[in-house]
Design a protein around this ligand. Structure first.
Ligand code: COA
Length: 373
């Protein structure tokens, strides 16, 4: 593998969490294939798998479900804090600020023991869903819906967001999406989290770094950008001209390409199928049909495949989720992977501090006094 700009192909850590073979389109968590997890597992089970390194026994899964359910409750003072945020804030900005502020009310915030960090991993994973849902309610002037600890994470998130129980097909679709987004080796936001953790800073700081990194359109922000593009194109008969014109202008088409996969992103395979299923069952096939057409053109013109963000856009839109929540929902899932990586970093830590190749003026340069410049 040739190392390139942007740390391409650079191995920056040993990790036992996520295995990717980009040439064969393989993704696995702790060695278990993502396709099997998407079909058979649940978000809570994947959380345990990522944190503990193995699948839970039945009672361990129950304990994890109960803990995530219990920890979804956020302190009253934090809700008051959320109310002080501007209603016009982007939800991703609100989430970044809110997670930083959650340290204030976390009883373990300053405790860097492994047990405390594991409790924070569960708590942050649970709380992020509540924060996203609560901020969405508040910005619409609606009452915050308190969590119901007895429900699954996907079920309760949709209920806290919409104020009513979601259809079981929507809950299952979101649960699978959460499984698919949970971890992805040293992606940019996970790397940011590990860099922060490697200074022995605390978990809330590491996750705040990660959220800021996920936000960018070259990373998690791509899913929102995909829906914006679909809206701009408008209809199936405009796809060909529009996409070719964008490519002629050397624009990037959001939701395509990947630093690691040279074949199809295995997550896109599931998201495409789910997007199709929801489109057909709802009779709303416009986004799906347009997406398929864009995919064909991108394959023909650029030999690029859809990535995780491409079909999550149409899927989330069909589930009735507003587009500015797409990236926060990515965080609702990826928090499980971020926290697993932070725990792994703490367990065998060394400061992450690379070097830069200097390209500035040759040393030594004279210091010229202000009057002589
Ligand atoms: N649309 C059009 N062209 C693309 C492209 C896209 N989505 N992604 C990559 N390319 C092209 C680049 O223009 C470049 O072409 P060139 O060599 O002729 O200049 C080539 O493919 C390599 O792209 P580069 O940006 O250097 O690859 P990378 O490994 O640094 O980037 C991504 C990976 C994911 C950042 C990149 O594919 C991208 O920006 N995709 C769109 C954003 C996105 O969907 N992000 C979510 C990732 S999960």
């Amino acid at each position: 593998m040739v190392e390139g700009r942007g740390l391409e192909n650079v191995v920056a850590a040993d990790s036992s969490i996520c295995y990717i073979d980009g040439a064969r389109g393989i993704l696995s968590y702790r060695g278990i294939d993502i396709h099997e997890l998407a079909e058979k597992s649940s978000f809570e089970e994947v959380c345990f798998l990522l944190w503990a390194g193995r699948l839970p026994r039945r009672e361990e899964l129950e304990v994890t479900r109960a803990a995530v359910g219990r920890e979804r409750a956020i302190p009253r003072e934090h809700l008051s804090f959320l109310m002080t945020l501007s209603r016009t804030s982007a939800p991703m900005d609100a989430l970044r600020t809110a997670v930083s502020a959650l340290a204030d009310s976390d009883p373990d915030a300053r405790d860097m023991s492994d047990e405390a960090n594991r409790r924070k991993a569960v708590r942050l994973t649970a709380q992020i869903a509540t924060v996203v849902a609560a901020f969405h309610r508040l910005r619409q002037g609606k009452a915050v819906v308190p969590p119901d600890p007895g429900r699954s994470h996907a079920d309760d998130f949709l209920r806290m967001l919409n104020g009513e129980t979601a259809r079981s097909s929507s809950v299952r679709a979101l649960d699978i999406a959460l499984v698919l987004h949970a971890d992805h080796e040293l992606n940019a936001s996970t790397f940011a989290a590990r860099v922060t953790a490697a200074t022995l800073s605390d978990m809330h700081s590491a996750i705040t770094s990660a959220i800021g990194t996920l936000k960018g359109p070259l990373h998690g922000g791509a899913n929102e950008a995909v829906l914006r593009m679909l809206n701009e194109i408008g209809s199936l008969d405009h796809v060909d001209d529009d996409i070719r014109a964008r490519l002629a202008r050397k624009e990037k088409i959001m939701g395509f390409g990947h630093r690691v996969y040279s074949t199809e992103d295995p997550r896109a395979t599931h998201l495409r199928a789910m997007s199709r299923a929801v489109a057909v069952s709802s009779g709303e096939t416009r986004w799906y049909d347009m997406s398929r057409r864009i995919e064909k053109i991108m394959n023909e013109e650029k030999k690029l495949n859809a990535n995780v963000d491409f079909y999550s856009a149409s899927l989330y839109s069909l589930l009735g989720l507003p587009s500015d929540l797409f990236t926060p929902i990515f965080a609702v899932s990826r928090i499980s992977g971020w926290t697993a990586h932070v725990l792994e970093q703490y367990s065998n830590n060394r400061l992450i501090r690379p070097r830069a190749r200097y390209t500035g003026p040759a040393y030594p340069q004279p210091y010229v006094p202000p009057e002589d410049r």
